[in-house]
Design a protein around this ligand. Structure first.
Ligand code: NOJ
Ligand code: CA
Length: 710
C-alpha cells in the first residue's frame, strides 16, 4: 500500500473506532444533583462488577461500593455485567400531601438509569436506577420483563455503603421482630448488637449477627457531615438491615429471612425498594429532607377526603400503668369459640366498659378531641399473649360490658369518633381471615380508623415482622382498609419507608420504642426523643403517644422507681418535635384535670401543618422545631433537650408583620426530669418578627410555644 493510501486507511479505521466508542456507553457514569453539590459515580470493572460512589461538596460520603443481589442456586446478579445503555434525565414536580409537615413538597432530582446485561447468563438483564437529590441519593434494582428470567429467589442483597471513617452512629440492634430498643451512640467500630439481649422487656426478639443494626441509621462524621441510611417504598420485599464491617467501616445490606431462610420471592418485572442516603452538613436538613417520601409513588386513591389527621384520647394508659386491664375476667386457658362470655366473672377493673367509654367521649367532646381509642373492648384478652396460639381474637365480639351499638350512637351525638383496636397478637393468618368482617363491623358503627397491633411471634410460624410475607400483609391491610375508607395506625409493624405518600391512610405507626415503655420498664432515656426524628421518623410519622403529665409511676404503684424520663413541659413540646398526623393525649382524664392550664397546649396544638422549620437540631442532644398550622396563621414551637439543660435564643423572623400573642409552656427554674419533673410555668407576652425569644430547658426538659397573630 502506498503511504498516502495507508494514512487514509488508518484515518478511516480511527474514525470507525471513534464512532463505535461514542455509541458504546462508558463503563463509568457521573451525575450531579440539581444544585450540583452532590455527585454520584457509577462504574463497572473488567469483571463486570458494579460500583457506585457518592460525594457532597467535593468530600467523599460513600467510597466506591459494590452493588448486587445474590440468588438462590445461581451465581446471581453480582458480576459478569456489561453496560447496555445509560440514560440521564432530570425531574421536577411540586406535589401536595394529603396531610403533612408542609402544604407543598418539591421533588427534584437527576436520574441515571443504567441497563446491564449478563451475557454469560443468556443475556439476563437488570437495571440500576439512581436518583440524586440536593440532599441525598436513592438507588434501586429493576428486573425488567425478559425471556430468560421470570421467577427467582433472592438469597441476599449485597448493596454496600463504604463509609469514609469510624463515624459516630446512633443505632439499635438488628432484630427481625422488634425495633423497641433504646438507641446506643457509639463509633461504628464499637457496635455490639448483642446488647439487645439485655432488653428483657421486649416481648419477641430475633437477632441477626452482633454487627447487624437497623435502619434508619444515623451517622455523623468528624468532618461535620450528617448521614442517614434507610430505604424507601418497601413493597413486596423484606426489610433491610446493615451489617457493619468494623475494620474498613463499610456497611452491607442483609434482608430479613423467611421461615425457610430465603429472603424474597420475585417475579419479573420487579423493582426493589430504594436504598436511601441523605447527606448534609447541617443536622436540620436531615430532618427537613423529603427525599424518602419523594421516592415513593404518588397516591392513586380517587378520593382522599375520608383520611383525617386527628388528635385522640383513649382507654389505654390505665392499662399500661396497671389501674385497668384489657381483659374482662381473670381467666386463663381460654378457647375463643367455647366460652360463654356472659358467664365469666368480671374482674372489676376492666377499662373498656360502657360507662368509662362514655366518660372519655364526654371529655373528648368537651375539649375538642376528634377520637377516642378503646383497647380491650373485644373478647380474648384473658389469654392473648405468649402461647403462640392462632385463634385469640375475632375482632367483632364485644365484651358483655361494652355496648358497641349504644357507644357509637352516643359518640355520634357528641361529634366524636371511636377509634377501633385490632390487636392481632401476631396471629396474622387469623387476622387475614377475619379482616373483612372486622372492617364491615367498623363501617356499620361508623369507625374510620383502627390501631392494629402485632405483639408476639408471627403466625405463619417462622415468619418475622419484617419479612417479605409480613410486608405484603401490611400492604394488604392498607389496601383493604382503603376499600372501606379506613385509616391505619400500626403498632409493632415494620418501620415506615415513606409509603404514606402512596397510602395516605397509613396515618401513623409505632415501629419503635414508644412512650409506653416509660410506664412499665426502665423506659426511654431523656435523649430518646432527640434521636427518634433522625432515625425512625425519617420513614414517616410515629404514634409515640406523648402528653403524660403524671411523670412518676409511684403515683400508681407505691415504691416504683419507674417514670417518664422527661419533664412535663417536654411532653408538650413533643407534639411539635415528633411529627404525626395522629397524636394522642395519652394520659388519664384525671391527670389532665389536675393541670388544666398545661392541658390547654394539647388542646390547641394542631396535627396538620402548612410549613415546618427545623430551627436547631443535633441528634442525641436537642431539637427545636417551628410549624405553622394548616388552618390558621398560628405558629407552634417545640424545643426538647436530652439530659443536659440548655438555652436557645430564637429569632422570630419567620413570622409575618404585626403583633403576636406568645405563650410559653416551659420548665420552671428548678425543674429536672428526675428530681422535679412536673414543675412548669406558663407565661404570655407580645412579640413581633423582629424579636428573639429565649427558651430555657431543664435537664431532660422542653418548651412549647404558641404564637397567635393579634
Ligand atoms: C402494644 C402497643 O404498642 C400498645 O399501644 C398496646 O396497648 C398493646 N400492644 C396492646 O395491644
Ligand atoms: Ca408497642
Amino acid at each position: 500500500m502506498k503511504l498516502k493510501m495507508k494514512k487514509e486507511f488508518l484515518k478511516i479505521i480511527a474514525a470507525i473506532v471513534f464512532i463505535f466508542l461514542c455509541a458504546q456507553p462508558h463503563d463509568a457514569q457521573t451525575i450531579s444533583s440539581p444544585d450540583r453539590k452532590m455527585k454520584l459515580n457509577f462504574k463497572l470493572n473488567p469483571a463486570g462488577e458494579l460500583f457506585y460512589s457518592l460525594s457532597f461538596n467535593r468530600s467523599s460520603v460513600i467510597k466506591s461500593s459494590k452493588l448486587g443481589i445474590e440468588l438462590k442456586n445461581d451465581s446471581g446478579f453480582i458480576n459478569g455485567f456489561t453496560l447496555k445503555s445509560a440514560d440521564t434525565s432530570t425531574f421536577y414536580e411540586e406535589w401536595q400531601p394529603v396531610w403533612g409537615e408542609e402544604n407543598v413538597i418539591v421533588n427534584n432530582y437527576t436520574e441515571l438509569r443504567v441497563s446491564l446485561v449478563q451475557k454469560q447468563k443468556s443475556n439476563r438483564r437488570m437495571n440500576i436506577v439512581f436518583r440524586l437529590f440536593n440532599d441525598g441519593l436513592g438507588l434501586r434494582y429493576e428486573f425488567p420483563r425478559q425471556e430468560n428470567l421470570t421467577y427467582f429467589t433472592v438469597s441476599e442483597e449485597k448493596t454496600e455503603f463504604n463509609l469514609t471513617g469510624d463515624h459516630k452512629t446512633f443505632w439499635i440492634p438488628g432484630d427481625y421482630d422488634s425495633q423497641e430498643y433504646t438507641y446506643t451512640t457509639s463509633k461504628l467500630s464499637e457496635i455490639d448488637a448483642a446488647i439487645g439481649n439485655n432488653f428483657s422487656e421486649i416481648g419477641v426478639k430475633s437477632f441477626g449477627p452482633s454487627n447487624m443494626v437497623q435502619t434508619p441509621l444515623m451517622l455523623t462524621t468528624d468532618e461535620g457531615l450528617y448521614i442517614n441510611i434507610h430505604e424507601a417504598s418497601l413493597l413486596d420485599y423484606p426489610a433491610m438491615y446493615l451489617v457493619v464491617n468494623k475494620k474498613d467501616y463499610s456497611l452491607t445490606t442483609t434482608l430479613c429471612p423467611d421461615a425457610l431462610g430465603n429472603k424474597a420471592y420475585l417475579q419479573t418485572p420487579f423493582q426493589t425498594p430504594w436504598r436511601t442516603i441523605i447527606v448534609s452538613n447541617k443536622a436540620e436538613n436531615i430532618l427537613a429532607s423529603r427525599t424518602i417520601l419523594n421516592l415513593n409513588e404518588p397516591c392513586t386513591f380517587d378520593d382522599v377526603s375520608w383520611i383525617k389527621p386527628q388528635k385522640y384520647i383513649g382507654i389505654w394508659w390505665g392499662m399500661h400503668v396497671g389501674v385497668n386491664t384489657w381483659n374482662y375476667a381473670d381467666e386463663t386457658n381460654i378457647k375463643l369459640n367455647l366460652v360463654d362470655w356472659s358467664k365469666l366473672i368480671p374482674n372489676g377493673i376492666h377499662g373498656a366498659t360502657t360507662g368509662n367509654t362514655k366518660r372519655y367521649i364526654d371529655f373528648a367532646a368537651e375539649h375538642g378531641f376528634d377520637g377516642v381509642l378503646v383497647e380491650g373492648w373485644n373478647v380474648g384478652w384473658e389469654d392473648w399473649f405468649g402461647a403462640w396460639k392462632e385463634e385469640v381474637f375475632d375482632f367483632v365480639t364485644p365484651y358483655p360490658d361494652f355496648d358497641i351499638d349504644e357507644l357509637n350512637s352516643y359518640s355520634k351525638q357528641k361529634g366524636v369518633k371511636l377509634i377501633m383496636h385490632h390487636e392481632t397478637s401476631a396471629s396474622v393468618t387469623n387476622y387475614e381471615r377475619r379482616m373483612d368482617e372486622a372492617f364491615r363491623l367498623m363501617k356499620k358503627y361508623g369507625y374510620d380508623a383502627v390501631k392494629t397491633g402485632y405483639v408476639g411471634r408471627i403466625i405463619p410460624r417462622g415468619e418475622h415482622h419484617d419479612g417479605q410475607w409480613m410486608v405484603n400483609h401490611y400492604t394488604r391491610v392498607l389496601e383493604k382498609a382503603a376499600e372501606y375508607k379506613i385509616s391505619i395506625d400500626s403498632h409493632e409493624s415494620v418501620r415506615l419507608t415513606g409509603l404514606h405518600r402512596t397510602y395516605p391512610n397509613w396515618i401513623a405507626a409505632e415501629a419503635a420504642r414508644g412512650n409506653e415503655f416509660n410506664a412499665w420498664s426502665s423506659g426511654n432515656p431523656p435523649e430518646h426523643e432527640t434521636i427518634l426524628p433522625f432515625t425512625r421518623l425519617m420513614g414517616g410519622p410515629m404514634d409515640y403517644t406523648p402528653g403524660i403529665f403524671q411523670i412518676k409511676m409511684d403515683y400508681y404503684k407505691p415504691g416504683s422507681d419507674m417514670q417518664v424520663h422527661t419533664t412535663l413541659a417536654k411532653q408538650l413540646a413533643l407534639y411539635v418535635t415528633m411529627y404525626s398526623p395522629l397524636q394522642m393525649a395519652a394520659d388519664l382524664i384525671e391527670n389532665y384535670e389536675r393541670f388544666p392550664d398545661a392541658f390547654n397546649f394539647i388542646k390547641e396544638v394542631p396535627v396538620d401543618w402548612s410549613e415546618t422549620k427545623i430551627l436547631d437540631a443535633e441528634p442525641g442532644d436537642y431539637i427545636v422545631t417551628a410549624r405553622k398550622d394548616k388552618h390558621s396563621n398560628n405558629w407552634f414551637i417545640g424545643a426538647i433537650t436530652d439530659e443536659e439543660n440548655r438555652e436557645f435564643e430564637l429569632p422570630l423572623s419567620f413570622l409575618n408583620d404585626g403583633n403576636y400573642n406568645c405563650t410559653f409552656y416551659q420548665d420552671s427554674d428548678n425543674a429536672h426530669w428526675k428530681d422535679n419533673p412536673m414543675s412548669y410555668l406558663i407565661e404570655t407576652r407580645v412579640v413581633t418578627k423582629n424579636d428573639s425569644i429565649k427558651l430555657k430547658l431543664a435537664n431532660g426538659g422542653g418548651c412549647a410555644v404558641v404564637l397567635k397573630p393579634m
